[in-house]
Design a protein around this ligand. Structure first.
Ligand code: URP
Ligand code: ZN
Ligand code: ZN
Length: 466
């Protein structure tokens, strides 16, 4: 079965040009003119872009006394509606488990449900010698990135010795180290002090995780990786100080080794959102927390100047009012104590639209840079380019026909994310997908779901090359 996407403007990280895209089976086979196929999709007046890749998600993840509310079907359907056709999720090692066992648990969550393609990072929480020895097998498992948390003391956090040893192994075996960079020890003290003082409202989540503690951990991770010789990718950078640590490392000759992402929501919200009326602020509780307007400007500048290379979502949704009507428990767990609010926010559906609107139309970066940040750099850094992340012969036919003029008002009522709120509620976006294809199959067309549970495949990724 062949499909021709006809009359559109192809946009890649480097080029913008008019041509038709011929898909045969699961692959793009030809780009040109005068082509024909079994089916034609009219893309006149639209952009033809690679499917978005979100390298930072948490679907069906046990966390904060509950489990994130999107699974590998609902999260995938939401992703597709927003123009994202691949994501990489974190398989979190239960204490005492091997990495193989960890990945098997996460494969089990995706099996029979996946509707878009996906990969896994393995998040190490426990590193006895046997697991150290197992790290070298990860590329055979199709996993070439390891995540370590420098925060969440008593839960996911590892100490510097563990982080450094993992970095040494990663350097030897071609793996990319990812870090959640916040100083978990200092945060633990600040949280206890706030609770003792009776400061229990959601806003204290932001006040007990100050930006300096993210900048410090970012700098520490960078210096450790420089000594270990491992590549480093700092996830969810929120503030100027942390960003500057990455920017400066890259400027001193480490641009092939040190990388950073921010997440869509950090451009839009500040710590004041956590201080909204009543318990409303809980919707914005995630870690690291939202910062200041000044930091938002620093992040916009950083993604434009390549100080940061990727924008992901950290999609980790929880219900605002959970624990009833078949819902998993959610933000209400922390009604009386901010420290018990599950950390995380939804956003996998919104990323491409919100960034197109505020980033491209807002004059923050070019159309090509948008594709680079959301599709191409994620594929390159995480070992699946050019199979994913571009429009080229031989690539998987993960293609989005993007209508740059369509408007849509984001609202929880219409979203496909399995949550009862949306951070961007009421925001009008201009530019959204009109057709979304995953390996040649139409998943979404003109707002209608045409995808299939179980059709998404695990993507085995290549080793990181410095
Ligand atoms: O608050 C967040 N970000 N929740 C998900 C886990 C993490 O730290 O990425
Ligand atoms: Zn994190
Ligand atoms: Zn995360």
């Amino acid at each position: 079965m062949s499909t021709l996407i006809k009359g559109g403007t192809i946009v890649t990280a480097s080029d913008t040009y008019q041509a038709d895209v011929l898909i045969d089976g699961e692959k793009i086979v030809t780009i040109g003119h005068g082509l024909s196929a079994d089916t034609t999709i009219d893309a006149t007046g639209k952009y033809v872009i690679p499917g978005g890749i979100d390298v930072h998600t948490h679907l069906d993840m046990p966390f904060g006394g509950t489990v994130s509310s999107d699974d590998f079907f609902t999260g995938h359907r939401a992703a597709a509606f927003g123009g994202t056709t691949m994501h990489i999720d974190f398989a979190i090692q239960p204490k005492g488990a091997t990495l193989r066992e960890t990945l098997d648990i996460w494969h089990g969550k995706a099996s029979g449900k996946a509707a878009v393609d996906y990969g896994f990072h393995v998040a190490i929480t426990d590193l006895p010698q046997s697991v150290m020895d197992e790290i070298k097998n990860c590329p055979d498992y199709g996993v070439t990135s390891l995540k370590l948390f420098m925060a969440y003391k008593g839960a996911l956090m590892v100490d510097d010795a563990t982080l450094f040893k993992a970095m040494q192994q990663a350097a030897e075996h071609g793996l990319l180290i990812m870090v959640h960079a916040e100083n978990g020890d200092a945060i633990d003290i600040l949280v206890k002090e706030a609770i003792d003082a009776g400061n229990l409202a959601p806003k204290y989540h932001a006040l007990t995780r100050p930006p300096e503690l993210e900048a410090e951990a970012t700098e520490r991770a960078i210096r450790l990786s420089e000594v270990a010789g491992s590549p480093l990718y700092v996830v969810h950078v929120t503030n100027a100080g942390a960003m500057e640590a990455i920017r400066d490392a890259r400027a001193r000759g480490r641009s092939n080794q040190i990388f950073g992402e921010t997440c869509t929501q950090y451009f839009f919200f500040t710590k004041d959102d956590l201080a909204r009326e009543g318990f409303e602020g809980a919707k914005w509780v995630c870690s690291p927390p939202y910062r200041e307007k000044y930091d938002q400007e620093a992040l916009w500048g950083a993604v434009a100047s390549n100080a940061l290379q990727v924008v992901s979502t950290d999609h980790c949704p929880f219900w605002y009012e959970g624990g009833k009507d078949g819902r998993t428990a959610g933000k209400e767990l922390g009604k009386d104590n901010f420290a018990a609010i599950p950390n995380g926010c939804p956003g996998i559906e919104d990323r491409m639209m919100v960034l197109y609107t505020a980033g491209v139309r807002g004059g923050r970066f070019s159309l090509n840079r948008w594709v680079e940040l959301c599709c191409t750099n994620p594929a390159k850094l995480f070992g699946c380019y050019p199979q994913k992340g571009t429009i080229a012969p031989g690539a998987d036919a993960d293609v989005v026909v993007w209508d740059p003029n369509a408007t849509y008002t984001i609202t929880a009522d219409k979203q496909h994310q399995n949550t009862d709120y949306n951070l961007y509620e009421g925001m009008e976006v201009t530019g959204m997908p009109s057709v979304v294809l995953s390996r040649g199959r139409v998943l979404v067309q003109d707002g209608e779901w045409k995808g299939e549970q179980g059709a998404g495949k695990f993507v085995k990724r290549n080793r990181f090359k410095m």
